[in-house]
Design a protein. Structure first.
Length: 324
């Protein structure tokens, strides 16, 4: 009786190599398939228009005549012979420098107040956050224009106390201030992020500092602000980016007036693109804005090493003090 033995065929090195690369490809393939709707949308609706606008910025592209490559002439014209660019940049920087600190300060102040375990606190949080749901909509801008008009609610309110009101949005001295006030009023999203950060601060830190004799003022600067610094860093970057792109309220409430007092950069860009149809020139303006925002973000990120505190830091220098 003959015994039968099974023959085992060993795969060749070539088959092993092909199987290895196939498995390496199949592993992330499912992930790429799942993100493909977003990826296609990003490439078609964001990346392609972005680089197309960069190309347009070097042309005299308008809707009235054929496109022509003109090199850096648009940028030269912007920086050397465009007074509206200087005015809109000045107004925008003033708006950013005034609105961002005020918005962050108000949001943090309200977040600290709402970080209390009192009855019905959820109702108060919802009511205060509600204005951010309607955000910078056209309806809110129209309401704001009526409130600060000559016959608006604000003038009627201060008249009760014997003060004489004026057209706050028609005066060059106060028009930009009303837009800043509107931005500060829409602090809800920033406040919610601050509130979430406050919830993560251990209460033991406050109890230990109270035993050592620290009052509320000292606790705020020695515990609350350092522990909130990563949250503050995030909110600062988002607020700066949003402020540079402010458009709706300036367009609806004042339309850049009076006397160009609220003529922000985004409004000027819009007029060049959709009123004068100078799309190449407007693309150059847009890229200048992008570069300014990137520079501002990089400066904030660079400075963060001196004032942002992370619990994982060990020995790094933060805020000028070494952790011990």
């Amino acid at each position: 009786m003959k015994s039968s033995t099974a023959t085992v065929v060993q795969p060749t090195p070539k088959k092993k190599k092909a199987s290895y690369f196939r498995s390496r490809w199949n592993a992330p393939l499912a992930g790429y398939l799942f993100i493909s709707p977003w990826l296609i949308g990003f490439l078609a609706l964001t990346a392609y228009p972005l680089f197309l606008s960069l190309y347009y910025s070097f042309t005299n592209y308008t809707l009235m005549q054929p496109m022509e490559w003109i090199g850096t002439r648009n940028y030269e014209r912007i920086f050397t012979s465009d007074p509206n660019f200087i005015q809109s940049a000045k107004v925008t920087f003033t708006y950013v420098l005034a609105s961002v600190p005020l918005k962050l300060a108000v949001a943090l102040f309200v977040a600290i107040i709402l970080n209390k375990a009192v009855k019905g606190i959820g109702v108060y949080r919802t009511a205060i956050y509600f204005p951010s749901l309607i955000g910078g909509s056209i309806g809110v801008s129209l309401l704001w224009r009526n409130i600060f008009g000559v016959d608006g609610v604000f003038n009627k309110l201060i008249a009760v106390f014997g003060f004489e009101g004026k057209g706050w949005i028609t005066s060059p001295d106060t028009a930009l201030g009303t837009l800043i006030l509107l931005t500060v009023w829409q602090f809800g999203s920033t406040m919610v992020i601050f509130l979430a950060g406050l919830k993560q601060i251990p209460n033991d830190l406050y109890e230990a500092s109270s035993v050592d004799g620290a009052n509320k003022f000292v606790q705020f600067f020695k515990i609350t602000l350092p522990m909130l610094s990563p949250i503050f860093y995030f909110n600062l970057i988002m607020a700066v980016i949003g402020a540079f792109q402010m458009f709706t309220s300036a367009f609806v409430i004042t339309n850049g007036g009076p006397m160009n007092a609220t003529y922000v950069y985004a409004l000027y860009l819009y007029e060049r693109a959709f009123s004068r149809y100078e799309l190449g020139y407007a693309s150059a303006l847009a890229w200048i804005m992008l570069v300014v925002i990137v520079i501002a973000t990089v400066l904030i990120a660079f400075s963060s090493r001196y004032w942002v505190f992370y619990e994982s830091d060990t020995g790094e220098k933060r805020g000028g003090n070494k952790r011990r």
